[in-house]
Design a protein around this ligand. Structure first.
Ligand code: A3P
Length: 264
């Protein structure tokens, strides 16, 4: 499995996302006029879900406003799934799983807006276990127990969930960062979409935000996933539920993770 991963500054990444030039270029990347950026801590928190919502908001508001449309240019210009790559400054959306300290400093200096998605780490672990075993680019794990230990010790791609939490916590009061939980978005998608729209300055009516929420429902996205995500549709839209962790965690693992979380 080791040939699938590489290490950069002590954190593991899939070799597909590990070019030294990209890491180097990140340092000097100028994030001046981006109006929106998405940065996610670690994998499987609902990245593809939020990307879908945000794209839809951009399109919805652009349709209403020609000036906006000019600035947005085309939907395709939005870099929709970026770990470590990026394009020219502009009105763009970036999604990444890297640590805040590795982000271009201009992002913080220029108050680029950041949306952070938080999900129960127990559900993240279960989702990530299935994800790892379904993605050829990631090492697979024989057993859940083996994965659980790797996850707890940060020996998984994109590093330790707990280290991410510790770092992002320092930004909790930053004005340009909005935190939203997977669980609240799931509980009340229309409200979640409205909050996201407001944060990024998209004006949407109640009807429009409801439509965005409907189009981003798990059911709808899963049904369309062969078109949007090809062969990986079933992997990326697996179950989309809250508390799936209860199907895999032992009581001991539950307590061990609680303890680790409290210590973080
Ligand atoms: P599960 O494995 O628990 O089903 P990411 O896109 O960051 O890799 O996150 C993947 C997780 O988000 C998967 O979790 C996936 O099912 C869930 N997900 C994707 N789209 C969703 C949606 N529209 N609503 C709810 N959950 C969604």
């Amino acid at each position: 499995t080791t040939d699938l991963l590489c290490s950069y500054k002590g954190v593991l990444y899939p070799v597909t996302h590990c070019s030294a030039e990209t890491f180097k270029a990140l340092e000097s990347f100028e994030a001046g006029v981006m109006i929106s950026s998405l940065f996610f801590k670690p994998l499987v928190s609902g990245t593809n879900w939020i990307i879908h919502i945000l794209r839809d908001l951009v399109t919805t508001s652009a349709k209403k406003n020609e000036e906006e449309m000019k600035r947005t240019k085309q939907d395709e210009e939005i870099v929709e799934y970026t770990y470590l790559e990026f394009g020219d400054p502009g009105k763009r959306v970036f999604a990444t799983h890297i640590f805040p300290h590795m982000l271009p400093t201009s992002i913080f200096k220029n108050n680029v807006k950041i949306l952070m998605v938080i999900r129960n780490p127990k559900d993240i672990a279960v989702s990530y276990f299935h994800f790892s075993n379904s993605m050829p680019s990631l090492p697979s794990f024989q057993t859940w127990d083996e994965f659980f230990n790797a996850f707890l010790n940060g020996k998984v791609s994109w590093g330790s969930y707990f280290d991410h939490i510790i770092e992002w916590n320092k930004h909790f009061d930053d004005e340009n960062i909005m935190f939203i939980t997977y669980e609240e978005l799931k509980e009340n998608p229309n409200l979640g979409v409205k909050k996201i729209a407001e944060f990024f300055g998209f004006s949407v009516t109640d009807e429009e935000s409801q439509a965005v929420a409907d189009r981003s429902s798990f059911q709808t996205m899963k049904e369309n996933s062969h078109k949007t995500h090809g062969a990986f549709g079933n992997v990326l839209f697996r179950k989309g539920s809250v508390s799936d962790w209860k199907n895999l965690f032992t009581e001991a693992q539950n307590q061990e993770m609680d303890k680790k979380f409290e210590e973080s």
